[in-house]
Design a protein around this ligand. Sequence first.
Ligand code: P1T
Length: 382
Amino acid sequence: MTYKFATKAIHAGQQADPTTGAVMTPIYQTSTYQQASPGDHKGYEYSRGTNPTRKALEDCLAALENGKFGLAFSSGMAATDCVLRLLKPGDEVVTGDDLYGGSYRIFTQVYADYGITFRFVDCSDIQAITNAITPKTRLIWIETPTNPTLKIADLAAIGKLANSSNILYVVDNTFASPYLQNPLDFGADIVMHSATKYINGHSDVVMGALVMNDESYYKRLFFYYNACGGTPGPQDAFLTLRGLKTLHLRMQAHCAHAAVIAKFLKTHPRVEKIYWPGFSDHPGHAIAAAQMRGFGGMLSIVLKDADLEETFRIASRFKVFTLAESLGGVESLINHPATMTHGSIPKELREKVGVVDNLLRISVGIEDVEDLLQDLKEALDA
Ligand code: P1T
């Protein structure tokens, strides 16, 4: 029997504990497991490789992304790093020009040193992606919606292109979460998540995840996961599993509140420009409407006539929103990408894609939306 999303979020990968009947998956706080004789064990040998609490989470994540195999990592960057280990010197990667700053950094400051070439193009332009492909292209790495300017990539069109050219196709699904979008259904080979964000949802864990259907990729990635060791502990796996149980409810509230706030900001005199894929005049609106089940809880604004100091002043004025990096938690956050999350991208590059000094990114939380509106009003009008 196949279950719908909420049932999977609450039950997939989990059963009552066989030894005690505990309904919630226990935190198996153990590094190692008894063997009756060498190699004679119950499926668990050492917790870098496998741990029952982590396994429950991985199976749940796989179910939510409509995939067969899940892997959890100690951060989103550890998950990204694991995928990049599939590459060899001389390989090329086509990726978006608007990306989380840490992804840009690992591409250009870590893997470029191993002889891998990264081509950054507008991922909402299928022709630009096509033009960037060469016989050496091994990987297409896409974020959609992008961090922080909420560009939308056409998942199915890129899927067709990647699959017909035999190129590994990976989608960083962090901004959408599995509740809003399932890239494997559009031809992606691997879905990557910063599970730190919506998946955990409570800003108390740093974690990453990969989900895939192909067993040979799973085996290879599992090998790197265990050999390199960027795996999370059972306490974090437990917290993330617990967070997942309300993902559907949280995402519904994030989407609803972001829609109210986006509409308020669109006509606000202090806002020069707003990025939110729910607006019909957003260039990716139709594709977002087709491939997502909601427009998400993230939006970004460019402040009118604000230099860096004025932008800092406004960003520091909020009482309900917290000025902080990260996103996707129950609490609302404001972030200044140019100096915070995207500080490792050179100024002229980031400005070219709209990450200007007067851009603020907003992660809309699930507090009372009237209080969020009031906080925004006071911070912008002061
Ligand atoms: O922070 P970590 O769990 O390692 O995940 C990295 C990452 C990967 N991909 C996307 C799209 C992300 O947004 C992130 C992390 N981003 C932030 C911390 C941020 O505030 O944008």
